[in-house]
Write a protein of this length. Structure first.
Length: 699
């Protein structure tokens, strides 16, 4: 080697870092030569949204950069190729690029890294020239830097200190690598030795399915709870891309998914999709719908809007004059999430067409693969399986709250039912929900309360908690539910009695026995005809409701019944399907469910906590679902009473208008329900554990 070469190589080792932004360095030093594609120096002209993520790779405030976005958004080329070019030419340090598999790492090395070095003079001049300095998985440079091309394995992500670590296509990596944890956590360990000079970067299109369809967004930039890249985004400072409407100059987000396009709702699509001209529909709907002025913006404005766009951190807001306010979320990870609408190489018409084709495939064949693929890759959003769950939206139910006098019977109610859920474990209580029914099944929520305290007293004379599994006298508190009348909203002083009360009879050992004892006592008092014990049926093909008579002589029966106790078996899946269908109705009328304004948000959380799977309605985790259960029980009570058989032109007495209804009485003051506060369930988890999001899904 010549003396001059030795001097130059030595100079590379001792050269101080260049003070230049990562994006600027990439634009100056990375030359791209893609066969049949772009040839020239790297540029962010069409993808200005990548400049900030790139530049933060060199920031000493952050230990990591996370970018979630659709395919063809330039994220890999900018963060991985551009970041690598910056490290080699401006701020060298040992680096590791982790691909999703060993074969992918080999391919990435040959088709991306080797080409970048070969065609970029600044990179080519820095590659070491030894015989073994340039192989598939290891690249040595004259400045002493070593670039390794690896894959998700403990051998690749342990026992070494690395200044730069890039994880590409993160959602195609295992969640747990050889039992040692996820790739992100392992990668951060490799950079810790370098303190603030170390940097870990992960980029990917979303590929993990949403696991909690009952989730509800609490902050504007929060993503659904997912593993993978979306989970990393949520743990960071949550930056989203905002651009300015050319008509009103207000800023808004082209959010991940298809929500920013001028598309019909999923329900409307299902009705139209079989016979629609998908190409024409895609062309008509490929417009950005400004949420501020309602203008429909065509794609010709996309590049201009992107050039003036900017990232906002969770907690920040921006006005039309580009003044940013608000307190930014703090995190050691700068996390970005870009939707498909803003992506450089994603045509709007193409995104919408692929989405419509996915919906068409699902509606006509039940196949969801096309819909999942376009959601992840084109829209940059996580996917919720259509076949698996049905989700009611908390937000859409909350906005339906109506003004009403607390605990009064609204105009239109013809009869009342009540339902009782028995909670015998944990914090024992009876949970009571009262509903009014109008013509053709229109429904009003009238009351909801807990019975927590018994009439039994402790040594200090204080009421003891109810114990439904042990004390018959605690069940006698339910007689008030049967006999409680609710004042009519007309101010006449009259009140309405429930026609039927449905009560759960299963659960903790002892509950069923006490339930049977209580029914016998009601029979002796002549109140049993307005009270039905219920239990969930085990067979998925069971009738919606069916009367049965348990017999204690059978060995498989533990409750003390002699065949005289009627227990109504409920197919709760079918009943909940009907309640769920009613919740989807958007206009008052048959089947519509009305909610009073005094209800807290916790009630709607309960109504929407369960999800519809192929096996039936399930709770996705810890949380309360009493409102949904009790709505199901109330529906069973109404069916048993005969609601579905009513000829509303000539209804039975118990379903007539108030002036001719025998259940409308002049009640004594102590018999009428009195206004009181409605308490949320004590065991209700924080909303961070039971969030909801509007999902366009069907059973």
């Amino acid at each position: 080697m010549k003396t001059a070469d030795i001097v130059r190589n030595t100079a590379e080792i001792i050269r101080p870092p260049r003070r230049i932004q990562v994006s600027s360095a990439a634009e100056q030093m990375l030359y791209l030569n893609e066969p049949g594609g772009y040839q020239g120096y790297f540029t962010l002209d069409v993808a200005p949204y990548m400049r900030e993520p790139m530049d933060l790779l060199a920031s000493r405030r952050y230990e990591g950069v996370v970018f979630a976005g659709p395919a063809r958004s330039l994220k890999t080329q900018a963060l991985i190729d551009g970041g690598f070019a910056y490290a080699v030419t401006c701020d060298p340090g040992d680096a590791l690029i982790v691909q999703m598999s060993q074969e992918s790492a080999r391919d990435f090395s040959r088709t991306r890294i080797d080409r970048a070095i070969r065609y970029s003079p600044e990179l080519a001049s820095r590659i070491a020239t030894g015989r073994s300095d340039d192989n598939i998985h290891d690249k040595f440079f004259k400045n002493g830097m070593v670039l390794k091309l690896g894959w998700p394995a403990v051998s690749q992500l342990s026992s070494k200190s690395i200044r730069w670590v890039w994880l590409t296509d993160y959602d195609r990596m295992p969640d747990d690598i050889d039992g040692e944890g996820d790739a992100w956590t392992l990668a951060l360990k490799r950079t810790q030795t370098f303190l603030s000079r170390g940097m870990c970067c992960a980029e990917s299109s979303p590929g993990r399915e949403m696991k909690d369809p009952a989730w509800r967004k609490e902050t504007p930039h929060e993503a659904p709870p997912c593993k993978g890249i979306i989970g990393l985004y949520n743990a960071g400072d949550r930056r989203r891309w905002y651009w300015q409407c050319p008509d009103c100059n207000e800023f808004s987000e082209p959010s991940p998914g298809v929500g920013s396009f001028a598309l019909p709702s999923m329900d409307q699509l299902k009705e139209q999709i079989r016979t629609a001209d998908l190409t024409r529909m895609a062309r008509d709907c490929a417009l950005f719908a400004c949420p501020h002025c309602g203008s429909l913006i065509s794609e010709k404005h996309k590049r201009g809007m992107n050039r003036s766009g900017l990232w906002l951190i969770e907690g920040q807001q921006i006005d039309r004059d580009r003044n940013i306010s608000g307190e930014a979320r703090q995190s050691k990870t700068a996390s970005f999430w870009l939707g498909g609408m803003a992506a450089a190489f994603q045509g709007w018409e193409s995104i919408v067409l692929r989405y419509l084709q996915g919906v068409h495939a699902y509606v006509t064949t039940g196949d969801e693969e096309k819909l999942k693929t376009t959601t992840n890759l084109d829209q940059g959003a996580p996917y919720m399986p259509q076949r698996a769950e049905s989700v009611r939206s908390v937000d859409l139910l909350i906005v339906r709250k109506e003004e009403s006098v607390k605990f009064n019977v609204p105009d239109g109610v013809r009869f009342i039912t009540a339902s009782i859920d028995v909670q015998a474990g944990g914090k024992p209580r009876f949970v009571v929900q009262v509903e009014g029914w109008g013509a053709h099944g229109e429904n009003w929520l009238i009351d909801r309360y807990n019975i927590r305290n018994s009439k039994r007293l402790d040594d200090d004379g204080q009421p003891l908690p109810v114990d439904p599994a042990a004390y018959l006298e605690d069940w006698e508190l339910l007689t008030e539910v049967i006999e409680k009348a609710y004042p009519l909203a007309d101010g006449s002083g009259r009140a309405m009695l429930p026609v039927m009360v449905a009560c759960d009879s299963g659960g903790k050992a002892g509950v069923t026995e006490r339930a049977y004892d209580y029914w016998r006592k009601l029979k002796r008092a002549g109140l049993h005809r307005r009270f039905m014990l219920i239990k969930g049926a085990s067979s998925p093909s069971a009738p919606r409701i069916k009367e049965s008579y348990p017999d204690s002589d059978r060995k498989d029966r533990k409750a003390k019944a002699r065949g005289e106790i009627p227990v109504w078996m409920l197919n709760t899946n079918q009943l909940k399907d009907a309640v769920d269908s009613d919740l989807q109705r958007e206009a008052a009328g048959p089947g519509y469910r009305h909610f009073p304004e005094w209800l807290g948000d916790w009630f709607f959380e309960e109504m929407t906590f369960e999800v519809r799977t192929q096996q039936g309605w399930k709770k996705p985790g810890k949380g309360n679902n009493e409102a949904f259960d009790l709505s199901c029980y109330n529906r069973a009570a109404a069916i048993r009473q005969g609601m579905e058989k009513i000829d509303w032109s000539s209804p039975p007495p118990w379903a007539r208008e108030w002036n001719n209804n025998p259940n409308v009485i002049q009640a004594a003051p102590d018999q009428v329900a009195q206004p009181r506060s409605v308490e949320p369930p004590k065991s209700q988890p924080k909303r961070t554990a039971a969030r909801r999001v509007r999902m366009q899904v069907t059973r």
